[in-house]
Design a protein around this ligand. Structure first.
Ligand SMILES: *[C@@H]1O[C@H](CO)[C@@H](O)[C@H](O)[C@H]1NC(C)=O
Ligand SMILES: *[C@@H]1O[C@H](CO)[C@@H](O)[C@H](O)[C@H]1NC(C)=O
Ligand SMILES: [Fe+2]
Length: 467
């Protein structure tokens, strides 16, 4: 599997090499067809070396071992010192058991967990196992096997204190572009991957969820992958299949109970004892009467910025976006929740949905605000739909946008110490990924000017005008 991926990487990298030469010329609206043709004509005359990026071919993966053999192994952090091992077997009789230890082949510890499965029209999933293991030591490699089958996996636990490095990538998919992105993610060490929604692009074809699970296993079995959901995870139809997120919730179970949430669609956790990460759901209720909103108010109230000086949020549909794709789709959620995040002095908000990269200034209520979060769109993981190339240079928030580019890639958030974090965006280039954008972030917890006013904090009812 690893070798197969590596072979695909070169191809994917070549197709993405032409990335940014024709930004803004790929609209599909009829009135702009003429423009497209004119652009193509001009390109054929002038732009030497331009090759149109190939379509994002899906790489499907198969399971060619026995029915009882574990597949789609991935791990996620639970609390300060546990890890959840999730995997699937076609055989329903395999026990939900994980053996693990600190030396290869020596599993002196063992844990039993739970299992689930789901049906989606004529599709029935395999047995989906979720086993919590621990307590585990920080920054330590553990070796493990699933269901008693001798196929060894290993992961490294996050460190107990800073520094810590996150890989952040949204709208991942399972294409040649995805393979290229993940190969670049793997090239440098990281502690945890954060994914702001749109995972498999199965789009109701359930076997593609299985294929995705196998596709990401070489990565997601080695480091905790913490995800939130996007529109491609909804997979509901009126009357025929009323339950949204069924495959997502069954397969990508996240530690929501541990943060007092009653839904797998929103939750929070701490990393390295210094970073509080909040995962929100763009496609579940978020108005001030909703369970998500109430949970968020309580979760923010529990954050002690002395103990966890960093506060970051991930969600799918951007609140700030100058791309013509998905304009305004995050606006209702922004209106409902932005003051909560602002009053809590959230440091950064990472989103996906738009298949491009964009970084904003610190903002609040559509204006630059040195006490607001930095908003970053990192929806360029490698989905099959292609890139969102059209940025609106006349957008009302264009003066807030500091950098944008429609290329595939991933982000890195390296939290160095209590006050400094380095953000970089790594575009998938031919050979090594290229750092195309980078910036140092100062934690708002260290800012005297942005000190939280206890009378305003977490109320959510205060708008900027009232301050
Ligand atoms: C099983 O799949 C892997 C990865 O796709 C491949 O390398 C291997 O040759 C396959 N084995 C068999 C017996 O088909
Ligand atoms: C935190 O890291 C930054 C960047 O490396 C450095 O300039 C600063 O001195 C560090 N602060 C402390 C308290 O070590
Ligand atoms: Fe999306």
């Amino acid at each position: 599997m690893g070798e197969a991926l590596d072979m695909k990487e070169d191809k994917a990298a070549t197709t993405s090499s032409s990335r940014s030469l024709v930004q803004g010329k790929m609209s599909t609206r009829p009135w702009s067809l003429a423009l497209v043709f004119i652009s193509l004509f001009l390109l054929s005359l002038g732009a030497s070396g331009f090759t149109r990026p190939a379509p994002g071919r899906i790489i499907t993966t198969r399971h060619n071992k026995s029915e009882s053999h574990p597949q789609q192994v991935h791990v996620s952090a639970v609390g300060a010192d546990q890890m959840r091992i999730s995997w699937i077997t076609d055989d329903k009789h395999v026990a939900s058991i994980v053996d693990y230890g600190k030396a290869p082949g020596k599993y002196d510890l063992s844990a039993t967990g739970e299992h689930t499965s789901y049906r989606y029209f004529f599709y029935t999933s395999g047995k989906i196992h979720h086993v919590k293991i621990g307590p585990l030591e920080p920054d330590t490699v553990y070796y493990y096997r699933c269901g008693g089958v001798d196929d060894e996996f290993s992961f490294k636990t996050p460190p107990a204190s800073l520094p810590v490095e996150f890989a952040i990538v949204g709208d991942l998919g399972q294409t040649e572009w995805t393979a290229s992105t993940l190969a670049h993610v793997r090239k440098t060490n990281y502690d945890m991957l954060l994914l702001p929604g749109d995972l498999s692009y199965a789009d109701t074809q359930q076997p593609l969820w299985d294929s995705f699970g196998r596709f990401v296993e070489p990565y997601a079995s080695k480091r905790p992958w913490m995800v939130t959901q996007g529109n491609h995870e909804i997979e509901a139809f009126p009357i025929l299949h009323c339950h949204p997120f069924e495959a997502y919730n069954a397969r990508w179970r996240m530690p929501f109970e541990e943060s007092g949430s009653t839904s797998n669609l929103y939750y929070s956790f701490d990393v390295a004892g210094a970073i509080h990460v909040i995962m929100l759901g763009s496609y579940t209720d978020f108005d001030s009467k909703s369970a998500q909103y109430k949970w968020l108010v309580q979760d923010l109230a529990k954050v002690d910025r002395w103990r966890t000086p960093w506060l970051i949020v991930l969600l799918h549909a951007p609140w700030y976006n100058t791309n013509t794709a998905h304009q305004g789709e995050g606006e209702a959620m922004r209106k409902a929740m932005e003051s909560l995040l602002y009053n809590a002095r959230v440091d950064a908000v990472f989103v996906g949905h738009v298949h491009a990269y964009e970084r904003f200034k610190r903002v609040y209520d559509n204006e630059a605000n040195s006490c607001g979060p930095v908003h970053i769109t990192i929806g360029d993981g490698g989905n099959r739909e292609g890139l969102a190339r059209d940025f609106d240079e006349g957008h009302k928030t264009v003066s807030l946008s500091l950098f944008h580019e429609a290329s595939f890639g991933h982000g890195r958030l390296s939290v160095v110490n209590r006050t400094h974090a380095h953000w970089s965006w790594h575009r998938n280039d031919e050979s090594d990924s290229t750092v195309a954008d980078e910036v140092w972030l100062d934690s708002l917890s260290a800012s005297e000017a942005c000190k939280i006013d206890p009378s305003l904090a977490y109320s959510g009812t205060t708008t900027k005008d009232e301050l």
